[in-house]
Design a protein around this ligand. Sequence first.
Ligand SMILES: Cc1ncc(COP(=O)(O)O)c(C=O)c1O
Length: 428
Amino acid sequence: MNTHDYPQGLLFQPELHKQIRERFCHVDSDPEAGERVFFENAGGSLRLKAVNEAYHEADSYPDCDSRKHPRAKKLRKLTLNGFADLRLMFNAPKYGQIIAETSSSKAMFTMVRTVLENVQGKNVVITDLDHPSVYDSVVYYARRKGMEVRIAKPNKKTGGIDPEHIASLVDKDTALLNCIYASNHTGAVLYIKEIVKQARAKKNDLYIISDAVQHMPHGLVDVQDLQLDGINFAAYKIFGCRGFGAAYISDRLATLDHAGIIGNLGDPWEIGGPAPAMYASISAIVDHVCWIGSHFIDSDDRRALYVEGMERIEMHERALLYHALEGTEEIPGLRHIKNAKVEFDRESLENRDFILPLAFSNISCPDAVTEFVKRDIIVYDRSDSNYYSVRSLHPFDLEGIVRVSPLHCHSTVDVDKFLKASAEIARL
Ligand SMILES: Cc1ncc(COP(=O)(O)O)c(C=O)c1O
């Protein structure tokens, strides 16, 4: 589909959406707290039932998947399928390698360490929107090499970062550029393709890594198209389990000197035995997106189905975002609620994931979150007292935001409940 054809998004048909919703655990209630609307998916996404089922089934067997008996072979198949599905998600069917870790932060530290220990240079470029897993790994390994850390500043209007500005910090002595894919504070999706193009025009063999943790649940990534050297995500942000982060690394990054099991010639980046259950759960995530895609196209190509499914997810979430901003005649949207302000709001909904930064002029962000909870809406305040937020807020002169982050299993009914609560809070 051409997503440009839907500037205000496109909701799933009600019957399909009902089925999508039924596929998730705890969509509209917590067994103890009761009914609720969970709009805190950027902190950890609602989980697919199929993920839990696949995980528990595979994890119930003790067999080591490198043995030759039938159960072991079945478990090995789950692992290999999961690896193939990770490649499919990144669109790296043949190239590079996959790194699997217990968190996306660890995968990021591994990538940054490998580049900075091997690639000569005098400086590293990162951005103010990058997560501490990028910022801290770069500062740590750059300091060991005596490299300067250059930090790109965000655009106060868009909540993103201009490619020209990032490229202006790159020179022939830059060892690494690290740039977040979509901000976990502003929801802005950065123009990664343009950033790569402009940065490599300054240094054509520049190593470039991106953190796609927040973008993966909402849109596609394609390392073949982007020509990135590294990109990571976390399963628990995309309908999966906590405790698993993965990254794609390019062939040239994969062959840089790094620690590993020397005798493991097949895959030197795999350290220790993989957990088939975790890989089975990754395949369950991919199955889900492909299942959505299969309602719109007829294809045997799993990547094509994944692309279609993810674009449909993106369009549904864009329609929910439009609904949240504009509302209806009966229920005003955020743009029309006195005392409420959507930071970095702009007419176009393109290059914008539904990770919405909200503020109120009558109440602080932490108090607003408490008021939302009283109304059974779960959102999160990102405030500058939090180490994970301060660097992404201060460049915008913000002390905090209320972060609102739904998922494609949510509906306009959920958004209406959230809007009613927002209007009440804005009147306090
Ligand atoms: C943009 C971004 N990168 C990285 C991470 C870290 O993820 P993990 O918990 O898998 O290390 C987060 C977590 O919220 C994030 O939002």
